[in-house]
Design a protein around this ligand. Structure first.
Ligand code: NDP
Ligand code: PMR
Length: 396
């Protein structure tokens, strides 16, 4: 039986797919999922309401601006004053949630929280006091390429513009002894953190092109631990994509390795490798599409947010010691709020519009363009990664 999402969750607008039991091990670990059998239903009135959410922002902004600007009604004025629409993946906790809140409360952004767990996302937004008109929860499970495609469909049918995309969601499985896999059979960390986002970002390029927003941005969250030009990046196991032979083999652990470099499975390395993929992808997007589309592509290391859900699968002792270690010893610690504000800055601050940049922040919280490691800035590897990834996600 199909139930309409809106009747169940007032500010939850779209439920996109049936619970197919994908990524089985993961979904059993994380919170409540929707009951099997609840599936999407889209009514025209729902979409009208969604469009209103974004255009209301534009009306408010125009009213607040000078009267002559409204009277001229030129497309340039609309460009400047319309409320932006940003999709943030994994906005149900940690960095993504904090950035969603930070952007939503400016009143200048409508945030589409693209999450695999509807109820969790809705409750998280409510618990932070996010106003209903500033966000929409849409279902997205990055561990399923079908779900990614369905999310893109849902977004298009909502007719909301796409002005910014933040590829933020991630899983980290440091204690796993054996690999687990996405719906299509890719090792879960690289499948979710890199391949799911790669397909999502590629498909949404067309939607970006339709946006008339003044500054379009595609942000892919990276990390220090994928960069071997830092102390943190030299803590074993170190990131290393090798010659991508495992990825080219399908990363499925059957007849080919589950690791990108073709080695034995190591969950911590798989995460760090996935972050290298994120940072390489950002640069390849920049090379291929910045000039043509005007989109700014960027990555960032927001600081060590030592208390987020990212460490939920780590041993309990790690979770106790890691925050004080980062606060008092490395001094790399940053709160969720501060990290969320940093990510929000990369989405919307006019002074951070440069494309192809990996942003970081210094001890006084000033942003700067950081250097990536040799591997994470290897243009030839980025091209190869792009081509292999295209094949795996069915784009080539
Ligand atoms: P969290 O675990 O708090 O957030 C991760 C988010 O990703 C959650 O919302 C989670 O959803 C979501 N997610 C996981 N799997 C999927 C999936 N298959 N489909 C859709 N969403 C999914 O961790 P953080 O906030 O720390 O991590 C956010 C980003 O920041 C990551 O890219 C991480 O690599 C990066 N980062 C984090 C650092 C840190 O110190 N914490 C440092 C540097 C970078 P759910 O709530 O349902 O589990
Ligand atoms: Mg690190 C300046 C030093 C620094 C910073 C900024 C980080 C960030 N870490 C630093 C140093 C060290 N770490 C040192 C010296 C050690 C050895 C004791 C160390 C250990 C360590 C572990 C075991 N660190 C870790 C782990 C993890 O499991 C985390 C990880 O690798 O996740 C992939 C992690 C992290 N250290 C960081 C950051 C930001 C993380 C986690 C998040 C991420 O990279 O996305």
């Amino acid at each position: 039986m199909a139930l309409q999402a809106a009747t169940l969750f007032p500010s939850t607008r779209c439920i996109s797919k049936e619970n197919k039991g994908i990524a089985i091990k993961e979904s059993s670990l994380f919170g409540a999922a929707l009951p099997a059998g609840i599936k999407a239903e889209f009514s025209p009135s729902l979409y009208k309401e969604l469009r209103k959410k974004v255009s209301n922002g534009a009306i408010r902004a125009q009213t607040a601006a000078t009267a002559p600007a409204v009277n001229q009604a030129s497309s340039d004025v609309k460009k400047t004053l319309r409320k932006g629409c940003v999709v943030i993946t994994g906005a149900s906790s940690g960095l993504g949630l904090a950035a969603a809140k930070s952007l939503a409360e400016t009143g200048k952004w409508h945030v589409i929280m693209a999450c695999r767990n509807f109820l969790k996302a809705e409750q998280a937004a409510k618990s932070l006091g996010m106003a209903k008109e500033n966000y929409t929860v849409m279902h997205l499970d990055l561990a399923s390429l079908d779900s990614v495609r369905q999310f893109v469909e849902t977004l298009r049918r909502s007719e909301m513009p796409l002005d910014a995309l933040v590829c933020n969601a991630a899983v980290y499985l440091p204690t796993a002894k054996e690999p687990t896999f996405t719906a299509e059979g890719f090792e879960l960390s690289v499948g979710t953190n890199h391949l799911g986002h790669f397909l999502l970002a590629r498909l949404l390029l067309d939607d970006f092109k339709k946006s008339d927003f003044q500054q379009k941005r595609l942000i892919i969250v990276g990390s220090i631990t994928g960069n071997t030009n830092t102390l943190a990046g030299n803590v074993p196991p170190k990131a290393n994509l090798g010659d991508l032979r495992g990825l080219a083999g399908g990363l499925n652990g059957v007849g080919s390795s589950s690791m990108i470099d073709g080695g034995d499975f190591d969950g911590a390395k798989a995460y760090k490798d996935s972050k290298v993929c994120n940072m390489l992808s950002m640069q390849e997007f920049h090379r291929r599409y910045h000039e043509e589309t005007g989109i700014s592509f960027a990555s960032l290391y927001p600081g060590c947010i030592a208390e987020t859900g990212l460490f939920r699968n780590h041993i309990p002792l790690f979770r106790i010691l890691f925050p004080p270690f980062q606060k008092y010893i490395t001094k790399g610690y940053v709160s969720e709020k501060e990290a969320g504000d940093r990510l929000a800055q990369v989405v919307s601050d006019p002074s951070l519009s440069k494309s192809g940049v990996y942003w970081s922040w210094n001890s006084t919280s000033a942003s700067f363009e950081n250097q990536l490691s040799k591997e994470a800035s290897d243009a030839e590897k980025a091209r190869k990664l792009w081509e292999v990834s295209e094949k795996l996600v069915g784009l080539a």
